[in-house]
Design a protein around this ligand. Structure first.
Ligand SMILES: *Cc1c(COP(=O)(O)O)cnc(C)c1O
Length: 719
């Protein structure tokens, strides 16, 4: 194995007393530890916000006088010492959950592949829910001490920046990523040359550089093809997420799957488990087959062996959402490989073949399902839908016996919990509550949180959201990029006393962001009620190619701008992790209106729940499992419709009735101390029931026991 040199590309010339800040900046551990974040904001809060909470950019720009001022403050130095000691202790900790449960397995490796990772707003290499889930997965793997190593891309451009024209049409700007301001560790070989792998694509070799990202105890290896030795076209392979050109896409996926296996080999890993988060990385199995066949295994034995190690998670119940390629592209990219595997073309195509109305395609989830012993969907209902959707692959099985299980998604508590709420938990659940956060028994104690303390924190968080919207809109106004009516749409009339509902997600048509506009007059009456006003904050991007999605944004934005909405309908542009954090922490109610059963799971409502926001949603995805009649509200009923128009009408009716008769009155009902005690009772019931169940910790432990361990032990599914 090559000797590998690891190096921070940046040196910040920090004073010796606080030189640990460079180490802190290069380990994303700080991103889920409020004390870590507060180190930077302590030095210069304005700069910290201006650099979008990016510690590398911060350290490169911070004024020396600010550093010197902090050096003279004993409180700062004490905080600094504590944070560095905490980080060191965290990374060095030997008695993790995994090591105590499975002491014999500490030298195993679980490889985790994803096309995107949403770890923090300063690292914009994610598009949405799938990426946030993989980011949270890595953080929790680190917390639990799993021997997990991840592979992905570092893109040269972030997911697009969204701006709305005055008429609500979504405009997109690409966000160039400056590598000098990412917390990446350089990997160099013994000659101090960047560590690379090479993948042979038709007519060309593509080289990719390997960067390392520290996520607590876990490492993510990120591929980058923007290198001089590559052709201009190949340099752009890692330019951006989800390129819709099929030839670029297949090159990216070959790079991730086949290249990813080579990265792990080069770094000396020999994984026992290969977890594919969605089908984009499924070519990894082809590379593993090739390795085994080259070492003398028969094809049948190689397939059996690959299957034992592979775990596949499917995320979309929408057939069109599945990644697929025309067969001519498979011919072009794999003709040489199937010969090497000793397969015929037909045998190879069979691994991913699916008949479509327009002919046959090679479908990545089919490839993943065929070569994984274990596969899962991401909620119970999504499990049912997935078994039906893929049942054609098991023609001799009843649909209910199709071997696709489910692990309902969760969220990483430390990442999404407001600091102030965390302090309340420490006070009333015990200072070690984080170690037991997936234990339902511990959460019985939320009833002990005094109403006035809980209400204080809730008001504080809503205030922060209101200030955030105001300041962001003020900045845009000053830059001259907004008209006056857009300033109103940006939330300047928001105030912290009204019931505030959040609706933020990708604007795909099935999410029906416009559902509550079906009876606009009725909605207007509700939000402008003289004693019980309601504010609704929208946010979210449409995929740039999704014209119907963009039309829904426009419809929402036009309503937002109407003067009769009184500035109480708001659209906040450019939904990202930062905005999401303000929203899920600050709103009173989180609303989700997918056309059932299209929401595989959804996770944003879980983030709101743990901060004391109540869910008001369709019984789809996770909420169908979380709702218990006392911890929030359902929209519609637990049934399927065949007629979407009927479904929309019934669901809209349900929204209005619940808002008017239950939700709004409950929020405004106050006791003698002006506290909505009945509302807070529901908030506590919501925290008690949902926080442990929909934590990433509960989720990851399920992956360990039901998926990773059987793989490591070499078990077939029914053993
Ligand atoms: C949590 C999150 C998502 C995914 O949430 P859904 O409930 O699936 O819509 C998407 N984008 C951002 C920025 C998030 O924080």
């Amino acid at each position: 194995m090559t000797k590998i040199i690891r190096e921070y590309p940046n040196s910040f010339n920090l004073p010796k007393r606080i030189e640990g800040l460079a180490k802190l900046a290069h380990n994303l551990w700080w991103a889920w530890n409020p004390d870590g974040q507060r180190i930077y904001s302590h030095i210069d809060p304005l700069l910290w916000n201006a650099v979008n909470h990016n510690p590398i950019a911060f350290l490169r720009r911070v004024d020396r006088t600010r550093i010197n001022a902090a050096l003279n403050q004993p409180t700062f130095l004490a905080r600094y010492d504590k944070v560095i000691a905490d980080l060191d202790a965290y990374v060095a900790r030997k008695d993790t959950w995994f090591s105590s449960q499975y002491p014999k397995l500490k030298d195993k490796t679980i490889a985790y592949f994803s096309f995107e990772f949403g770890l923090h707003e300063s690292l914009p290499v994610y598009a949405g829910g799938l990426g946030i889930l993989s980011g949270d997965h890595l953080k929790e793997a680190s917390d639990l001490g799993l021997p997990l190593t991840a592979v992905g891309f570092v893109y040269n451009q972030g997911y697009f920046v969204q701006h709305l024209t005055e008429d609500g049409w979504q405009e997109t700007r690409s966000a160039l990523i400056d590598y000098n301001e990412l917390p990446l560790v350089s990997l160099l070989d013994e000659n101090r040359q960047p560590l690379t792998i090479c993948v042979d694509l038709p007519g060309r070799d593509v080289t990719a550089r390997i960067w390392e990202l520290e996520v607590g105890r876990v490492h993510l290896y990120m591929l980058d093809t923007n290198l001089e030795q590559n052709s201009p076209a190949d340099r752009q392979l890692t330019e951006r997420l989800y390129n819709s050109d099929p030839e670029i896409r297949i090159s990216q996926e070959v790079l991730l799957g086949i290249g990813g296996v080579r990265v792990l080999q080069l770094l000396g890993f020999n994984p026992d488990v290969w977890h594919m988060n969605e089908g984009h990385s499924a070519f990894l199995s082809v590379e593993r087959l090739r390795g085994m066949v080259n070492s003398g295994l028969s094809m049948d034995d190689a397939i059996a062996k690959v299957r034992i190690g592979d775990v596949f998670t499917t995320h979309t119940p929408v057939p069109a959402g599945n990644d697929q390629f025309p067969l001519w592209l498979i011919d072009k990219y794999f003709a040489q490989i199937w010969v090497e595997l000793g397969m015929t073309r037909d045998q190879f195509i069979d691994l991913g073949r699916q008949a479509q109305p327009w002919g046959e395609t090679f479908v990545m989830p089919v490839l993943a399902l065929k070569l994984s012993e274990r596969a899962n969907a991401v909620s119970e209902l999504h499990g049912q839908v997935s078994r039906k959707m893929w049942s054609f692959l098991w023609p001799n099985e009843k649909v209910e016996n199709v071997p696709i299980g489910y692990v309902t998604n969760g969220v990483h508590t430390g990442t999404w919990l407001a600091r102030r709420m965390g302090l309340l938990f420490s006070k009333y659940l015990g200072s070690d509550w984080v170690d037991r956060l997936d234990n339902p028994a511990m959460w019985e104690n939320v009833v002990n949180i005094p109403d006035h303390e809980l209400w204080d924190v809730r008001r504080h968080l809503k205030n922060k959201l209101v200030n955030f919207a105001n300041e962001r809109t003020r900045l845009q106004w000053r830059n001259g990029t907004l008209t006056a009516s857009q300033v109103v749409a940006g939330g300047v009339f928001l105030e912290p006393y009204s019931l505030t509902i959040g609706f933020a997600r990708r604007f795909a048509t099935y999410k029906r962001a416009n559902l509550m506009f079906r009876d606009f007059d009725r909605l207007m009456k509700m939000i402008n009620h003289p004693h019980m006003p309601v504010q609704i904050i929208f946010a979210g991007k449409a995929h740039p190619a999704d014209e119907p999605g963009k039309l829904i944004i426009q419809q929402v934005y036009r309503a937002v701008k109407e003067s009769r909405s009184g500035g109480r309908l708001i659209f906040l542009e450019d939904y990202d992790i930062n905005l999401a954090r303000y929203l899920v922490q600050g709103v009173d109610v989180w609303m989700n209106t997918p056309r059932r059963p299209n929401e595989a799971s959804g996770t944003s409502g879980m983030k709101a729940a743990l901060n004391g926001g109540l869910n008001f949603s369709i019984l789809d995805g996770w909420w169908r499992e979380g709702f218990n009649n006392r911890n929030g509200w359902s929209i519609g009923s637990d049934t399927e419709y065949t007629n979407p128009e009927e479904q929309d009408a019934a669901d809209a009716q349900s929204i209005y009735e619940t808002l008017e008769n239950q939700l709004i009155p409950l929020f405004y009902e106050r006791n003698a101390e002006s506290i909505p005690s009945e509302w807070l009772k529901m908030v506590k019931e919501n925290m008690r029931t949902l926080t442990p169940q929909f934590s990433l910790r509960r989720m990851l432990k399920e992956y360990v026991t039901d998926y990773y361990l059987p793989s490591i032990e070499g078990k077939k599914r029914n053993q």
